[in-house]
Design a protein around this ligand. Sequence first.
Ligand SMILES: [Zn+2]
Ligand SMILES: [Zn+2]
Length: 475
Amino acid sequence: MPAPTPALPGYRPRPARNKLQDLVEDNVEELFRTWDERFRKDHGPLHPRLEDLFERFGRCGDPHFGFHRLRCPRCGEEKIVPHSCKARGLCPSCGKKRAIAWAEGMVEGVLPPVPFAQLVFTIPKMLRPHFLWDRALYGALSRAAYASTLEFLRAHFPGIPGAVPAMVIAPQSHGSLLNHHPHLHSVVSLGVFDRRGAFHPAPGDLDFKPIEEIFRAKTLGLMVERGKITGERADLLRSWRHSGFQVDASRRVEAGDRPGLASLLEYMERAPVSLDRLEVRSDGLVLYRGNYHPGLGTDHRLVSGVEFLALLVPHVLLRFESAIRSYGAASTVIRRKLGWIREDPEAGRRAPGAPLPEGEESGFVKVRRKNWARLIMKVWLEDPERCPRCGEKMKVLAAFSSPAQDAVIEKILRARGEWDPPWLRPRPARGPPRGGAGGQGRPPGETRIQFDEGYDPRREEWEVDRDFEDGPSGE
Ligand SMILES: [Zn+2]
Ligand SMILES: [Zn+2]
C-alpha cells in the first residue's frame, strides 16, 4: 500500500485560469472582427477554425466544460480532473505536456542510443513572408533540410551504400518575441546507419558548415519550383556572400546523455508563449519579454490585448498541419525494415506496402496513453490519479463532456460546491472599454462567427494527432 504522498516541494496547484485565457476571453471577438482591416497584411490569413480553437483553449482546465470523475477504491474519496484543450501552438500547459510526452517517446522508443547533433536551419528574411501565406512550405523546407544533411553525410561515408542518419526536424514559426521567424530545429545522429542497422560514427569534430551551401541550393530550388520567387531573384540570392542561409551545429549530445537529448527535443516542440514572460499590466497593456531582437530593436513587446493575440495567430497549428517529421533511421519505414519496431498489432491489418500515416508510432501511442497521469504530474507536480486523502491510486468512473452532458456536469459540480461557471463570473475591467457588443456573459456553446453552411466546428478534433490522447479513455 502506498503511503500518502507528502506535498511536493515547489508544488503548485493547477490554476483555474491563466493570464492568456483571460486575454483570449477579453479580446478574441475584436480579433476576429478587425482582422482583415488591422492584421491580415502583416500577420497573414486568419483561419475560421481558429475561433473554435481559441474557444477550446479558454475552457482548458475548467471543469464546467467537462471532466473525468475519479474515485478511490480504498477510502471512497472522489475527485474530478478537468479536460484539457490540446490547442497546439496556443495552450502553454497542453503544449508543455505534449512536448514532454513527445520527447520522452522519441528517446525511449525511436531514437537509437548514439551521439546526436542539434542543427538549426535559418533562411533569409526575403523568403520568410511566403511561409505566412503558405504553411505547406514548412514541410517542403523540412524535406530540403533532410536531403541536404543526407547528401552531406553520405559524402563522408562513400563506402556505405544506402547510408542514412537518424533525423528529426521540428519547424518553428516564431522567435522569442512571437515575431514571425520560420526556421527549423532538428537533431541528427553524428554518423550513419547501414542497411543492416549498424552505426558508423562520424568524427567527433565533424564540421557541418558545408550543409549550408547544399541547403541554400535546395531551398532556392523549391521556392522557384513552387512559384514563390523568380529564377532571377534566386540567382541574386545565390550571388550574395552572406546569403542569410545558416546551419548552426554548435550543440552536441553524447550517446549516453539521454536526458540531455530529451530536454533538447522538449525545447524543439515547445509552445510559442511562455506564461512566465507574460504580464498583463494594470493599464490593460500586455508586456511580453524575450531575447533582444536586433531587427525589432527591443527585448520585449508592449501591446494591447488584441494585438498580442494577433502576434500568436501565425503560430497556432491547425489539425491537418503536422509539424514534426522523422527521417532516415528515425522514420517508421526504415525502423520497420531494420526490425527496430518489434510489435505492431496494426501491421497485420494494414495492406502490404500501404503507407503509414505520417508520425504514426503505435508503440509510442501506447506509452502515451499509459503515462497520462505521470505526464500531468511532471507538468503540474501533482499526480491526478493519487487519492488526496489516503494516497491510493484512484479509478476513473466516467468522463463528462460539454455540451452533451451539461446538465450532469452542473449537478455534480453543485453537489461538490464547485459550481461557479465563468459565464456568470464578473470579469475585472481591464483597459479602455471596447466598442461593439460585449462578450462577457456568453453562455457555453455559443458560436460567435458564422461558419459555412454544413460546417460543424464541434466535429473537428483539435488534438492534432492521435499520438497525444490525453485521458485514460480519450475525450
Ligand atoms: Zn490546454
Ligand atoms: Zn483514498
